[in-house]
Design a protein around this ligand. Structure first.
Ligand SMILES: Cc1cc2nc3c(=O)[nH]c(=O)nc-3n(C[C@H](O)[C@H](O)[C@H](O)COP(=O)(O)OP(=O)(O)OC[C@H]3O[C@@H](n4cnc5c(N)ncnc54)[C@H](O)[C@@H]3O)c2cc1C
Length: 240
């Protein structure tokens, strides 16, 4: 199909050193990092990279981060990272990494959580779970804008909306704690009414967020008529 990412999934590349080309503060606790990669290869929207930090004494910490950008951005990827107060890797990115720095990454990793142009598509994200969904949305806007797709996005507070300046009619936001002043849209947790308002009840549902969020949203997708094989999920929660 024209416009689709002409790639098959294959083994991820080797570890490589990316250069931070840009840092964007998305919300008070979320930043996006644009990395230039010397061994870049096209990803499918939904795939992730691993990031590895090495301390001077050789101690290493490794975490996964979804690609937020479209594969049409050749030579670079964008990672969007939520700062966890007591975390190891995410605070490092927020407090230490600046433009021009180098970071070690490997990917993109094979996954069933990928969008190959299927439509219609219902995207349901909670918090930073919106990141791989944004890759899908961005790629669809650039490659095949006519495809039916809607994002349902749950955040806690007004200030927590990631990619706020990019979300238009194809996104429905709900605020679970405190909406912006004057907000007339949806508040509270995602519910059957909001899913119905999204207007997509066939095709594929992509769901990403914390474990409990994914469980609840998958239940809602089933309730809206999606069969289990039409639902793809990605969980960001702690691995223990
Ligand atoms: C496939 C995949 C893709 C991911 N993509 C993204 C992404 O695009 N953006 C992003 O910000 N994160 C993403 N994550 C989560 C990310 O990999 C890390 O788990 C997260 O950044 C925390 O790492 P840390 O080293 O800062 O915290 P850690 O030192 O690992 O953990 C600190 C504390 O937070 C808890 N914790 C760990 N992870 C989470 C979490 N996700 N939510 C709530 N509590 C947690 C731990 O149990 C611990 O108590 C993804 C995870 C997976 C598996």
């Amino acid at each position: 199909m024209d416009g689709l990412t002409p790639v098959e999934q294959r083994a991820p590349g080797r570890w490589q050193i990316g250069t931070v080309a840009a840092v964007k503060q998305e919300t008070p606790r979320v930043k996006s990092f644009r990395l230039e990669l010397p061994m870049w290869m096209p990803h499918l929207p939904g795939q992730h990279y691993d990031v590895r930090l090495t301390a001077p004494d050789g101690y290493r910490a490794q975490r996964s981060y979804s690609v937020a950008s479209s594969p049409l951005d050749e030579g670079e990827i964008e990672l969007t990272i939520d700062r966890l107060e007591d975390g190891e890797v995410s605070p490092y990115f927020h407090d230490v990494v600046v433009e021009g720095d180098q970071v070690e990454v490997r990917g993109p990793f094979t996954s069933y959580f990928v969008w190959r142009g299927e439509a219609p598509a219902l995207l349901i994200g909670g918090g930073s779970g919106v990141v791989p969904l944004m890759a899908i949305l961005r790629h669809r806007r650039r490659a095949m804008p006519e495809l039916a797709m809607r994002l349902v996005y749950s955040v806690r507070f007004a200030e927590d909306v990631i990619y706020a300046d990019e979300l238009g009619d194809d996104a429905l936001i709900t605020f679970t704690r405190q909406p912006p002043a004057g907000w007339t849209g949806h508040t509270g947790r995602i519910d059957p009414a909001l899913i119905a308002e999204a207007g997509i009840d066939s095709g594929i549902a992509f769901i990403c967020g914390s474990n409990p969020f994914v469980e609840a949203a998958a239940g809602l997708a089933l309730g809206a008529g999606f069969r289990p094989q039409q639902i793809r999920t990605e969980r960001f929660g702690p691995t223990g």
